[in-house]
Each structure stands twice: as C-alpha cells, then as structure tokens.
Design a protein around this ligand. Structure first.
Ligand SMILES: [Ca+2]
Ligand SMILES: [Ca+2]
Ligand SMILES: [Zn+2]
Length: 311
C-alpha cells in the first residue's frame, strides 16, 4: 500500500513537472507581451541647429595634427606661404598641422598646377576643399582635402593659402569683404573671430566614438523573447569590438559581439527570435551598448535602453 502511494506521488511529481515544463517552454500557449522603451536622443542642442559658417554642420577632421603634402611643382614661395598660413591658424586655435612627404598618407594634398589632382574632385569650393567626407549627424568628418594654388598671395598675408585651407576645414564663403573667406581675395582680409571661435568650438571635442541604440522593440511570449534593435555610431571615430548585452531584471542573459566594428555614421540592425529568458516572469529587459566600457565615447550616458511591458 505504502509503495503504491509513493509510486503515485512520484508519478504525480513527474507529471506536474512535465506540465510545468510544457507551460514554460511552449511560447504559443502564452499571450504575446509587447515590450517597449524610451530612447534618449541626447545630441546636445549646441551641436544641432548651429548657425554654421561651414558647408555642413560640425565639419572637422577627427585627428590632430592635420598633415599636408606639397606637390613637387610648388615653388619655395608657395611652401613658405603654406607654412605661414598653417602656423597662423595654429596660433589662434588648438589645431596643429604638419607637412609630410608622403602623398598617399597626407590628409590634404596641395598642388600648384591646375591639372594636378583633377581626378580627385574638390568638394563644393573652387580650388580647395574637402575631397572625402563622412556626412553624418551630428558630426561631418572630413577624411581628405585637396588644394590647388595658382593665384599669387599678397606680401602681407598668405591669403590664398589661408582661404583654401579654410575651405578644406569646411568653411564656406563669407559675405564680408574683409573676411578671408570672401569669394574675391584682397590684401586687407583677415581671419575673423567667428572663424576662430568656430574652429575652437569644433576641435574642443576630443575625437571619440559614440555608440547609441536605435529602434528597440521586443515581444515576450512565455519564456522566449523576440527582439529587434539598432546599434549605431554617431561619434568622430570608428568603434571596434562593439558589444551589446541584454539583461532580464538585471541578470545578464545574452551578449552580441559586432567584431567587424562600426564606422562613423554607420550601424547594424539585429533581429533575434526565440531568445530564452532566465525565468518566466520578467519585469524589464535592459540593453546596454559597450557594457564593459571598452570604448571611450563622447557620451557614455546614452548607451542603455530599458524595455517594459506596454500597459
Ligand atoms: Ca554613447
Ligand atoms: Ca563606452
Ligand atoms: Zn573660395
């Protein structure tokens, strides 16, 4: 008799365990709970809606020094003018320049013959300007620039070299005839304070990557989660070995590793179905970009999104 009762108890235990297992493991017997969360758009106001003097908002190189190469046909006068122009900019700003002999490595290529660098194509401005830009928000990163010098500068000021180098740094023409960026050059033009202030504003930001999460949504059905999210880089540098970790009520349950890295202005969407949660009942799902903080970022406070059930 006792034996039969024990057997019955064991059978019942196994049965209820199986029912519990069925209950937790079969998503379709549960209602689908939609989870959603608030995403911070934390681009500071002073970076958006800039009354810009530039072709685009917040154009800059993402490293210092900015290197330049002088083509062999450029005269000694041209070279010393360019050196003077760059040291004038260095004096008034935090930017540094360096002349280098490697044409392919130089950020800015300077030619003194109209036919030189024709195929490179100067972006927007006439004889100097960025030739390669990553036009992202909030930063537009200048990757390469080209200058062709063929008008002579004044004796007082290397106005042509300054004008073209400022085009490379992203500056558009000015309506002020006394401004070095006026579209017709004259010898009484100056590097005006608005240009200096703009350069100092742009280059006061340490060049770093900046990850943030985008379009995060999830559906929880029983113990399983279908989740979709974007991880993007809106900083000034590429981000390598990007990780995104997922937590259920604070318990880490999944980490994605984007090994190939994320370029400036670029991102990835991940769409994952049937992720098994550590337990059946969950209050919140948290996503964290760069959870171990391997990557130095412009903003470290916009890397988390918390998802909760929609009421
Ligand atoms: Ca960030
Ligand atoms: Ca970080
Ligand atoms: Zn111009």
């Amino acid at each position: 008799m006792i034996f039969k009762i024990i057997l019955l108890l064991i059978t019942l235990t196994i049965l209820s365990f199986l029912i519990y297992l069925l209950y937790t493991e079969i998503p379709s017997i549960h209602e689908a709970d939609i989870l959603s969360g608030f995403i911070q758009e934390e681009i500071p106001e002073e970076l958006l809606n800039v009354q810009t003097l530039q072709f685009y908002q917040n154009m800059r190189f993402n490293h210092i020094p900015i290197t330049y190469f002088m083509a062999p046909e450029c005269s000694q006068q041209r070279l010393s003018n360019m050196n003077l122009a760059t040291s004038m900019l260095e004096e008034k700003t935090s930017i540094l320049f360096r002349q280098i002999n490697s044409e392919s490595n130089a950020d800015v290529k300077v030619g003194c013959d109209e036919r030189r660098y024709k195929e490179e194509g100067v972006f927007i401005a006439g004889h100097g300007g960025p030739s390669l830009i990553i036009n992202a928000t909030p930063w537009s990163v200048i990757k390469k620039g080209v200058i062709i010098l063929f008008t002579e500068s004044c004796d007082e000021i290397p106005n042509i070299e300054l004008h073209e180098m400022l085009h490379v740094l992203g500056f558009d023409h000015s309506p002020n005839p006394k401004n070095i960026m006026y579209n017709i050059s004259s010898c009484d033009q100056k590097i005006t304070n608005d240009i200096i202030d703009e350069l100092n504003r742009l280059y006061s930001q340490e060049p770093l990557a900046d990850l943030h999460l985008k379009n995060v949504s999830a559906v929880k059905q029983g113990r399983y989660l279908n989740i979709r999210f974007g991880i993007f880089n809106r900083g000034l540098l590429e981000a390598d070995n990007v990780e995104v970790s997922l937590y259920a009520d604070g318990v880490l349950f999944k980490t994605y590793d984007i090994e190939e890295g994320i370029d400036i202005g670029a991102g990835r969407y991940l769409n994952v179905d049937n992720l098994r949660l550590p337990k059946l009942s969950i209050e919140e799902i948290k996503l964290v970009a760069d959870p171990k903080n391997y990557i130095n970022e412009i903003n470290e406070d916009d890397n988390t999104v918390i998802l909760r059930q929609v009421e």
